[in-house]
Design a protein. Structure first.
Length: 146
C-alpha cells in the first residue's frame, strides 16, 4: 500500500524511468547520469505529469536530465519503489534505444552523463534496485536488439 504526504500531490508518487542503451563496437553500452547533489550514478527518472503516459514521461525525463532522445520500449522492464517526500514512490522502468545525443540540454549544469559497458554499469550503480532493473534489462536484451 502506498503511503503519501498531504503536502505533495499524489501524482508525484507515480514516476517513470528509462535505461538508455546503444550498440557500440564494444557491445551494448548504457548511459548513466549523476544525481545533482550526491553525484551518484542513476538512470534518468521523474514524475509522470498529469496527462502523460509512463512511456512519454520517461522519454521526457531522458531528454531533460540526460540530453538524449530515442525509442522507448512498448513494455516495461519492471518497476520498483523507494521512499521520498514522506511517502512511497513507484517507478515504472522502460528501455530506451538512444537515437539522438544533444551537446547541451536542460540539466547539463546539474548532471554528468557517461556511456559504460553493462559490467561497468553494475559497478557504478550503488542502489540494489537499480542493479536489479539492469539485470532485468539484460534478460530482455536479445528481444530489444532484434
Amino acid at each position: 500500500m502506498r503511503k503519501s504526504n498531504d503536502s505533495v500531490p499524489s501524482w508525484f508518487f507515480e514516476q517513470s524511468s528509462v535505461i538508455p542503451w546503444r550498440r557500440h563496437h564494444r557491445g551494448v553500452e548504457i548511459l548513466l547520469i549523476t544525481t545533482p547533489k550526491t553525484r551518484r550514478w542513476i538512470f534518468p527518472k521523474g514524475v509522470i505529469d498529469p496527462g502523460l503516459t509512463a512511456r512519454t514521461a520517461a522519454r521526457k525525463e531522458a531528454t531533460e536530465e540526460a540530453g538524449i532522445d530515442g525509442i522507448v520500449s512498448e513494455t516495461r522492464i519492471g518497476e520498483y519503489t523507494y521512499e521520498k517526500w514522506k511517502g512511497t514512490c513507484r517507478v515504472q522502468v522502460f528501455a530506451m534505444k538512444v537515437t539522438e545525443i544533444h551537446d547541451s540540454w536542460e540539466e547539463d549544469h546539474l548532471r554528468h552523463r557517461k556511456w559504460v559497458s553493462l559490467k561497468e554499469a553494475h559497478g557504478l550503480l550503488d542502489r540494489r534496485k537499480l542493479r536489479h532493473m539492469l539485470r532485468r534489462f539484460e534478460e530482455r536484451l536479445d528481444e530489444l536488439i532484434s
